[in-house]
Design a binder for this molecule. Structure first.
Ligand code: APR
Length: 233
């Protein structure tokens, strides 16, 4: 049995046409993080924040999964419940590629969250026009996206998988945001082999056992093929 945890970030969806956050032409280039991705920003100017996420939700309709997302779905077909994919991404490209054992630790664009009753309904329309919550009917829906200063989802389940895994692989994440940025070190402390697949090396606090550079659409299928070959022998 080889238990694998894969942590993905914006880099895995970059080649699908979803902008990353940091770096040249990143999503934050045109916006100050504190203007669109904090609870304070939402309180101060809900319309701007809703429009920002409405635009991103709409943009999802024009993109699709790439070879890296599909490779991880292939990995799940072979490893089944021994694989957990934890994504920081709020897009739905992993599930559209076929991943099932998947945690969206930073929430999902295609869900809303009701600030009045706590419901988290599927949501594909805009929120800026303040539609009523399908459960309590109050116009209190916000994007179901985890903002800075808020608690990510399913941390206990993720940590349990990270400490128990044999292989930990971080794909397309800059390692700038905790707690996700600490998972490689945690996995390593518990004896896992750690791998990074990224366009460029990141300055991880605890170095990865292996750091491979390249496009996710090439590096991820290659790594998956190796893991599948290992499974077959
Ligand atoms: N293939 C592989 N890696 C890539 C590619 C690519 N085609 N394109 C970019 N990358 C890498 C970049 O080198 C960078 O290290 O992906 C990483 C993207 O980093 P960020 O933009 O910081 O995204 P991420 O790590 O997912 O951000 C974490 O921060 O803004 C918050 O909540 C938001 O979930 C997000 C979190």
């Amino acid at each position: 049995m080889t238990r694998i945890v894969v942590l993905t970030g914006a880099g895995i969806s970059a080649e699908s046409g979803v902008p990353t956050f940091r770096g040249a032409e990143g999503l934050w280039e045109g916006h100050r993080i504190e203007d669109v991705a904090t609870p304070e920003a939402f309180e101060a100017d809900p319309d701007t924040v809703q429009r920002f996420y409405d635009a991103r939700r709409r943009a999802l309709r024009t993109v699709g999964p790439n070879a890296a997302h599909r490779a991880l779905a292939r990995l799940e077909s072979a490893y089944g419940s021994e694989l957990l994919v934890v994504t920081q991404n709020v897009d739905d490209l992993h599930e559209r590629a076929g991943s099932i054992r998947l945690i969206h630790m930073h929430g999902e664009l295609r869900r809303a969250r009701c600030t009045a009753c706590g419901a988290r309904p599927r949501w594909d329309d805009d929120l800026a026009d303040r539609p009523p919550c399908p459960v309590c009917r109050r116009p209190a829906l916000r994007p179901d996206v985890v903002w800075f200063g808020e608690m990510p989802y399913e941390l206990a389940r993720i940590e349990e998988a990270v400490v128990a895994c044999d292989v930990f692989c971080a794909i397309g994440t800059s390692g700038a945001v905790y707690p996700a940025a600490g998972y490689a070190a945690l996995a390593s402390a518990f004896g896992a082999h750690t791998v990074e697949l990224n366009l460029e090396p990141t300055d991880a606090v605890v170095p990865f056992d292996e750091a491979r550079t390249g496009l996710a659409s090439e590096a991820v299928p290659a790594w998956v093929d190796e893991m599948l070959a290992r499974r077959a022998t």
